[in-house]
Design a protein around this ligand. Structure first.
Ligand code: NAD
Ligand code: RM4
Length: 254
């Protein structure tokens, strides 16, 4: 069953990890895809090649989501390439693990600007295009289990993920009258570049895996299905919702 047949899907931070899995997963479900990326032009080009091999259109557009002008530029160029925007996936994010008491101001501010400000302006630009073209749309934000729980070395990061989750709740209300649905996915620990160094600590990695009832840490493809479901008409009456995709880690208290 093709859940996004003929849809135009935009994904930020999609040259690697969860964004890449979502972009390729959307193409497998019949979508044309525009990806935003920052650095790693080769990886972005490889993602485009993989999508084109599935018989779909793909375009990669470089830009730093921390800069608000990237949002309008990405949406305008993606719309020019694909004709419209049906689905927007806000995925780009960083988590430079650091202790709280000596958190550098620049690290705090960069994390806020990429993860939260970036999401705000990207979602706003995508929503404006959806409103202009008419016919509704779907927005899915990659928040985190960290929207609900803390992390000792993530005091700058967890508030951004709670913020993204909250943004989807408020935009669900602001955009409902236009038929635009807004939801978030809350991944648990997924093995990607974002936590490669943190999980190089084998004891920590084992501890994290041990609290997952499904018995393993996640992989990027574990997110593709939930993101595509929320983006698709199967979820036509779902808005303002958050879907944990964590193998059960959140509910595993004792
Ligand atoms: P990743 O590092 O593989 O992917 C992040 C992507 O965002 C990269 O492609 C990176 O180039 C891009 N990016 C970073 N800063 C950017 C910027 N300023 N402008 C444009 N692109 C930028 O890691 P990932 O795990 O795939 O992360 C994707 C999202 O998933 C993030 O928002 C992260 O917070 C979220 N998340 C990840 C996990 C996890 O355990 N991996 C868990 C919960 C949520
Ligand atoms: C997630 C969660 C994961 C961590 C990533 C970076 O939100 O906290 O455990 O590895 O962020």
């Amino acid at each position: 069953m093709m859940l996004l047949d003929g849809k135009a899907v935009l994904v930020t931070g999609a040259s690697a990890g969860i964004g890449r899995a979502a972009a390729i997963g959307a193409a497998r479900h019949g979508a044309d895809v525009a990806i935003n990326f920052l650095g790693g032009a080769e990886a972005a080009a490889a993602c485009v090649v993989e999508i084109e091999a599935l018989g779909r259109k793909a375009v990669a557009i470089e830009g730093d989501v921390a800069d608000p002008t990237t949002a309008t530029d990405f949406v305008a160029r993606a719309t020019a390439a694909l004709g419209r925007v049906d689905v927007f996936v806000n995925n780009a994010g960083i988590c430079p693990f650091h202790a709280f008491l000596d958190m550098p101001v620049e690290t705090f501010e960069r994390t806020m600007r990429v993860n939260l400000h970036g999401a705000y302006f990207m979602v706003q630009a995508a929503a404006n295009q959806m409103v202009r073209q008419g016919g509704g749309g779907a927005i899915v934000a990659v928040s985190s289990i960290s929207a609900l729980v803390g992390g000792e070395y993530q005091t700058h990061y967890t508030p951004t993920k709670a913020g993204v989750h909250s943004l989807m709740q408020s935009t669900a209300i602001a955009l409902g009258r236009y038929g635009i649905r807004c939801n978030s996915v809350l991944p648990g620990t997924i093995l990607t570049d974002i936590n490669k160094d943190d999980l190089a600590d084998i004891a920590k990695r084992k501890r994290m895996a041990a609290r997952v009832p499904l018995g393993r840490l996640g992989e990027p493809d574990d997110l593709a299905g939930p993101i595509i479901f929320l983006a698709s008409d199967l979820a036509r009456y779902v808005t303002g919702a958050a879907l944990l995709v964590d193998g059960g880690a959140f509910v595993n208290l004792q």
